[in-house]
Design a protein around this ligand. Structure first.
Ligand code: GLV
Ligand code: MN
Ligand code: MN
Length: 424
């Protein structure tokens, strides 16, 4: 039985804020937060998170792909051997905010500790997960650590290389992982209750609704491509304008055309982003021979996304013909729209209502590990309000009060799911 009063939401928020700050100091860059998968910074962050898990009373291990896992055993083993997974990620984008991913991992650790301290009946184990590859920034392998648990990560993913030519397998060995075990990580679906995640909203809806937390209904589908535009190198001073095959000019046409295609899509959920672009050979006096760029394409549902990529490829073919520059698309990531479990949504609704907060549902335009976990088990997500909806930006901000509400909501959400399991 608990021997001290539970912490208030404000106290939980202050704890979460201190941990967020500590984790945010682990970065590859002095005055920016950048923590990519399988880097020395990821190693340090994983070790710190493992220490927090131990302090929270969890049994800690690290899987072969670097995911840190902390287990709170069931308080009622007679109910069987099922497990509820709760997690998020500790990798970041380049020059990131400090809440994306970290908040969900910290909420899960604090919630697991509170469930234990408050003596809440748990008819299942809880595994808190700190994934390492949600952002997909270092390697072209988005959601690798969660896909491995779902059994959807093929060996070939280990050959993907970063910009320095280092493969996932090489980086993993350096990190202390075991790439050869990638296919042994698959969880048994029958032994799982589901996967839950808390995450900053990364959009403006909850702020507009004046709500600290919201219940996610589904996660938008997404796809990512490398696009190669092939031109012909030439002398910047001698080749007349009408005799050039300038890869940058063709790429510029294509970028604007992709933006137009997304804007004019009939469904307003279609968004297209070119976030990386490289010019070869990249010299002031050489007509560019090649451009390589990424396309990140998303939509609220799968059909408009499929229509948008068809439209973009048709536009690319026209630009290619007009400019004499072949354009190739090489898709390296796709996740379909992932609905969240109605049962988990209803449990979250009861949990949030019990705190005197209006339950509110919204969808996620951002990508999350739940998209990979959906292939394994039911998923549920809670969003936490962030200032002005800003994310993937160092000015990302969540208030202490909202973090506290998020931890408390997570405790009550799990308690609701536990009650439901005991009735089942
Ligand atoms: C992850 O943050 C993504 O949505 O790309
Ligand atoms: Mn994230
Ligand atoms: Mn992110």
């Amino acid at each position: 039985m608990p021997d001290e009063p539970p912490l208030t939401a404000h106290e939980l928020g202050e704890e979460a804020a201190a941990l967020i700050d500590e984790l945010s100091r682990i970065s590859a860059e002095e005055d920016k937060l950048t923590r990519l998968y399988l880097t020395p910074e990821h190693r340090n962050a994983a070790d710190l998170v493992a220490r927090w898990m131990r302090q929270a009373g969890l049994d800690v291990r690290e899987d072969s792909l670097g995911t840190v896992r902390g287990r709170l055993p069931s308080s009622m083993p007679a109910y069987g051997e099922k497990c509820l997974l709760i997690g998020s990620h500790i990798d970041t984008v380049i020059d990131a905010g400090k809440f994306d991913g970290a908040l969900g991992v910290i909420c899960a650790i604090l919630a697991a500790r509170e469930l234990r301290k408050r003596g809440i009946d748990l008819p299942f184990d809880i595994d808190v997960l700190a994934f390492g590859d949600e952002e997909g920034v270092r390697f072209p392998t988005t959601l690798l650590s969660s896909s491995a648990l779902a059994g959807t990560a093929p060996y070939s993913e280990l050959d993907a290389r970063d910009a320095n030519g280092i493969s996932v397998a090489e980086a993993l060995r350096e990190f202390g992982g075991r790439p050869e075990n990638i296919q042994d990580l698959k969880e048994v679906p029958e032994k799982l209750v589901g996967y839950l995640e808390v995450h900053i909203e990364q959009g403006p809806v909850l702020e507009r609704e004046a709500l600290p937390v919201g219940i996610v209904t589904s996660l938008a589908g997404a796809e990512r491509h490398w696009i190669t535009v092939q031109g012909e190198a030439g002398h910047a001073g001698t080749v007349p304008m009408d005799a050039r095959k300038d890869a940058v000019s063709a790429a510029a046409d294509l970028i604007v055309s992709m933006e137009t295609a997304a804007k004019s899509a009939r469904s307003d959920g279609v968004v297209a982003t070119v976030g990386e672009l490289g010019i070869h050979p990249g010299a002031v006096n050489v007509i560019p021979a090649q451009v390589k760029m990424t396309l990140d394409l998303r939509a609220a549902t799968d059909r408009p996304r499929a229509a948008a990529i068809d439209e973009i490829k048709a536009r690319a073919a026209r630009i290619s013909r007009k400019r004499g520059c072949p354009i190739e698309f090489d898709q390296f990531h796709e996740v379909v729209t992932s609905p969240c479990s109605e049962i988990f949504q209803d449990a979250a609704k009861r949990a949030i209502a019990s705190m005197g907060i209006r339950p509110f549902r919204l969808m996620s335009g951002a990508g999350h590990d739940g998209q990979a976990m959906k292939a394994l088990t039911d998923i549920g997500m809670l969003f936490v309000r962030c200032r002005k909806g800003i994310s993937h930006n160092p000015s990302e901000y969540v208030s202490i009060e909202d973090m506290g509400m998020a931890v408390e909501a997570t405790v009550r959400w799990v308690a609701e799911i536990a009650q439901q399991e005991m009735k089942a």
